[in-house]
Ligand binder design. Structure first.
Ligand code: SAM
Length: 293
């Protein structure tokens, strides 16, 4: 009984200390006359419950190398640092860098880089990494594409995204959510929708719904596209006119009539189908056929 009481009191105190840290950070913004910038997607996650759930979903432990994009006021950073991982933080907003340095700068396990995550050279990362981020939504798909392009460096990406983007990434063939991003990401990774996060968990509150998604990188795609640049061109062309048949949308790739006529006998794929009905493996098959021409 006494034991349960002590546990309850400790949980109560730690949640309140946590909230205190969050409110100090928000007060910092107000005192420094720093307005959260809409243009930088600054919706800070303040609810300790969801911060804990993100760390849990990302399965971060001591010794893990974790890349956090957009640490902001350090709310998620603090939850991550508590696990004993090492952290590389990429933050673009120069107003937030002093605050981050003040709190995390003296820790040897935390490196703060003032940079644009779209410009950062991920190919310089050594060893394996987990990326965790409450992403600024205006660049989330561009960041995902950059991380996927460097996928040998990452085991998992655990990302807070606009709900629709997360659903598009995890979509199965056949529906209207399935598209370029689904094929690109699922070629490289296995997506899992973790949980949704209400707008009230952020400050300021976003106008869109948010979902946390985990991408577990595949060691090897199920079917390898021998030429990944061509694979990108094929899926881009196929979904650029998604209401058209593949014969029409893939016409822009410039293959001859003979090559197009032989697709069916070489790949088993009927070009009267639409892009949204093709599996990732079928797109790889198409790419490998075109690549040999
Ligand atoms: N991680 C914090 C949290 O969960 O409360 C902040 C998340 S907030 C949605 C997005 C953060 O990304 C902001 O701190 C913003 O300044 C930063 N950011 C926006 N664009 C960026 C970019 N191109 N490169 C790096 N950071 C960026």
């Amino acid at each position: 009984m006494q034991c349960i009481f002590i546990v309850l009191v400790s949980v109560f105190i730690s949640v309140h200390l946590w909230l205190l840290a969050v409110y100090i950070n928000i007060a910092f913004l107000i005192i420094m006359h720093i307005q959260p910038k809409k243009s930088l997607g600054q919706n800070f996650l303040k609810d300790p419950h969801y911060l804990g759930k993100i760390v849990e979903a990302a399965q971060i432990g001591p010794g893990d190398q974790v890349l956090e994009i957009g640490p902001g006021l350090g709310h998620l950073t603090r939850a991550l640092a508590e696990t004993g991982c090492t952290l590389l933080l990429l933050e673009l907003d120069d107003r937030l860098i002093p605050r981050l340095r003040e709190e995390f700068g003296s820790r040897s396990t935390v490196q703060i880089v003032h940079t644009d995550a779209l410009e950062f050279d991920y190919s310089g990362l050594t060893g394996t990494w987990k990326a965790v981020a409450n992403l600024p939504y205006y660049i989330s798909t561009a960041i995902i594409q950059r991380l996927i392009a460097q996928r040998s460096r990452f085991t998992t990406l655990t990302l807070m995204l606009q709900k629709e983007v997360a659903e598009r990434i995890a979509a199965d063939p056949g529906g209207k959510e399935y598209g370029f991003l689904s094929v690109l990401v699922q070629y490289a990774a296995v997506p899992r929708l973790e949980f949704s996060v209400p707008a009230g968990a952020f400050t300021p509150q976003p106008k869109v719904d948010s979902t946390v998604l985990t991408l577990t990188m595949r060691e090897r795609p199920v079917t390898v596209a021998n030429d990944e640049a061509l694979f990108l061109r094929v899926i881009k062309a196929a979904f650029s006119q998604r209401r058209k048949t593949l014969r029409n949308s893939l016409g822009q790739l410039g293959y001859s009539r003979d090559v197009m006529n032989d697709v069916m006998s070489n790949t088993g794929i009927d070009l009267r189908r639409r892009a949204e009905t093709l599996s990732v493996d079928e797109f790889c098959g198409l790419t490998n056929y075109f690549g040999g021409k």
